[in-house]
Design a protein around this ligand. Structure first.
Ligand code: FES
Ligand code: FES
Length: 159
């Protein structure tokens, strides 16, 4: 039997979006398949890898496990919405400068996780960075350069 279709309203990257679709669908699916925002990636689909991380009301959220119905009325930021003027967010720039990626599949999720981390801890220690990003997986093993990128971004954002 087809799932009931609801009417949901979410604000995505500053734009209100009305969606008529089952509320049990994941936010990730809606972002990628309905709104063509493909920056957030599908990795494990179970909340374990962080590839799908977006901000919901400024909190880092695994969008693969968040049903659309629970995002109703909330504000969602994806990596596409970080720098609406066309430039790069300081965390994006730091990832580039530190060469903190290889294949790049995990990068959007890491960057969203770093932004959430730096909102709560502007000058994190290496341990705090490791703990704050626990659960973000990089299969290419770029962790040392990712930590360097976080330190670089934090220093620049404090200036
Ligand atoms: S795809 Fe969402 S946590 Fe892995
Ligand atoms: S850069 Fe390839 S998975 Fe992280």
């Amino acid at each position: 039997m087809a799932e009931p279709t609801g009417a949901y309203l979410i604000r995505v990257n500053g734009i209100e979006r009305r969606l008529h679709t089952p509320g049990s669908r994941s936010l990730l699916s809606v972002l990628r398949d309905d709104l063509a925002l493909t920056g957030a990636k599908y990795g494990c689909g179970k909340g374990h890898c962080g590839a799908c991380t977006v901000l919901v009301d400024d909190q880092a959220v695994r969008s693969c496990t968040l049903p659309l119905a629970l995002a109703h009325g909330r504000s969602v930021t994806t990596i596409e919405g970080l720098a609406p003027s066309g430039g790069l967010h300081p965390v994006q720039q730091a990832f580039l400068d530190a060469q903190a990626f290889q294949c790049g599949y995990c990068t959007p999720g890491f960057i969203m996780g770093v932004i959430a981390l730096l909102k709560t801890t502007s000058n994190p220690t290496e341990l705090e960075i490791r703990e704050g990003l626990a659960g973000h997986l990089c299969r290419c093993g770029s962790y040392p350069r990712i930590i360097r990128a976080v330190q670089l971004a934090a220093a620049r954002m404090r200036e």
